[in-house]
Design a protein around this ligand. Structure first.
Ligand code: SAM
Length: 430
């Protein structure tokens, strides 16, 4: 989501006549896009501002945008005197005006306002992070108010983009040669546009299921979507994936905990059994669907028994990958008022224990790919070796193989010969 926001800000700035610089030393303005989901991310911003002040001898205007800007607001000017601009999460279309004000000498320019009605979602191809893979936001904000999470405060309420707009963008991306579209949002499956215009011809149990079918019908080669919220995960999503081969075989469904007591304290709005039912639906698809999730360890009040429930759920779900986070207290969230009973040492211990269970499962799943062919979108040269190319499979595994740069942007078949912890290695087939 942050990458997509930066792409959108860059599009707006270029339209307003700005050029993007390669390095802070060459820039008149440096904007830091920020994340506040965990404390560590937030602290990094202030470290970075300090570094910029030290190293950028050209003394650029410094602006903070994104979630930290939205949450900390005016106090950023007190915390970091080098900052001239604080730009909230919904002010993207006003950035150039804000810069002009700062350039005119206004010392502390702040905008935490809402988006304007006609604000642009469109991203110019030159600003996209990849010429082959494009992020398309379909919903922003969050109404779920999980007790640990800062997102509803930093990004506001859920706002869905019109289906017509999304479909037009997807068609343009397809015509431009993009091979993979990621429909993105805090909770993509909570998609609820004001009208169903554009989706009339596409059936589905929920607007998101209809949108999936409509996007698939554009014929773009590969479609992925993230993140899904468990309570809103309708089995018709699995049915849509089965109907359209270009809807990729990967679902990211964060569970956060395997304990009902903790799920309730987290205000996730579902029990572990309901989550297991969703997983059963996903696992009973005719195509094997890769499954990934997020878990928070050490939520306030999490006992050894609660954590054992999480381990049991993870063993049962057999995720292809798992993003594990140590609980991080976020000011202003309901959980911040709870007594943090789990020590840092225990959080670390649980993190390591869960990671080790996951590694074992993941090794088994990855080994299962040996001798199989995967369809891979070649995205670039591998980070490890100039001789190898790298890309993602439809099941969202990183796949490396021996090959040349002429393959970039192509979809190729790779026969898997080696399984590593977080990637696969293979040989080009076609
Ligand atoms: N809205 C998306 C969702 O619900 O999956 C993604 C939100 S967040 C960027 C991704 C993950 O960060 C969450 O799923 C959760 O596991 C983790 N997270 C969020 N708040 C956290 C907190 N206060 N402490 C630790 N991890 C947190």
């Amino acid at each position: 989501m942050n990458v997509a926001d930066s792409e959108r800000a860059a599009t707006h700035l270029r339209q307003a006549g700005y050029e993007l610089a390669d390095a802070p030393e060459a820039a008149d303005v440096v904007l830091l896009n920020t994340c506040s989901v965990r404390e560590r991310a937030e602290r990094k911003v202030f470290t970075r501002i300090g570094e910029l002040r030290e190293t950028a001898s050209n003394k650029p205007l410094i602006g903070v945008m994104g979630c930290v800007a939205q949450l900390e607001g005016e106090s950023i000017f007190d915390q970091a005197a080098a900052v001239h601009l604080v730009i909230g999460t919904r002010a993207t279309d006003r950035i150039s005006l804000l810069i002009e004000r700062a350039k005119a000498g206004e010392p502390s320019v702040l905008d935490l306002g809402e988006r304007g009605e006609g604000d642009a979602w469109e991203v110019s191809p030159v600003e996209r992070h990849s010429p082959y893979v494009a992020f398309v936001p379909i919903i922003e904000g969050c109404n779920k108010f999980c007790s640990f999470c800062i997102v509803p405060y930093s990004r506001g309420r859920e706002k869905s983009r019109s289906a017509t707009d999304i479909l037009n963008e997807v068609r343009r991306l397809r015509d431009f040669g993009y091979k993979e579209i990621h429909l993105i949002g805090q909770n993509v499956n909570s998609y609820r546009p004001r009208s169903l215009e554009g989706l009339e011809k596409f059936p589905g149990a929920t607007p998101f299921c209809r949108l999936l079918r409509a996007v698939a019908a554009t014929g773009v080669a590969r479609i992925k979507f993230t993140t899904s919220f468990p309570r809103d995960f309708h089995p018709d999503i699995v049915a849509a994936i089965e109907e359209y081969p270009n809807l990729c075989d990967w679902v990211h469904l964060p569970v956060q905990s395997g304990s009902d007591r903790i799920l309730q304290a987290m205000r996730r709005g579902h029990k572990a059994a309901a989550y297991r039912d969703k997983i059963t639906a996903i696992k009973s698809a005719r195509r094997r669907l890769a499954l990934t999730s997020d878990i928070i360890v050490g939520f306030p009040g999490e006992t050894v028994a609660d954590f054992a429930d999480t381990l049991a759920l993870v063993r049962e779900c057999e995720y292809d990958a798992l993003y594990i986070f140590k609980y991080s207290q976020r000011r202003g969230t309901p959980a911040a008022k709870m007594v943090d009973t789990v020590s840092e040492a225990e959080k670390k211990e649980r993190f390591i224990a869960l990671e080790s269970v996951q590694r074992e499962i993941q090794n088994r799943i990855y080994q299962g790919y040996l001798g199989k062919r995967l369809s891979v979108l070649v995205e670039g040269t591998s980070a490890r070796s100039e001789e190898d190319m790298s890309g993602h499979s439809t099941c969202h595994k990183v796949v490396n193989f021996h090959g040349g740069t002429e393959l970039e942007g192509k979809i190729v078949d790779v026969l898997i010969t080696e399984a590593k912890t977080n990637s696969l290695y293979g040989a080009l087939v076609n």
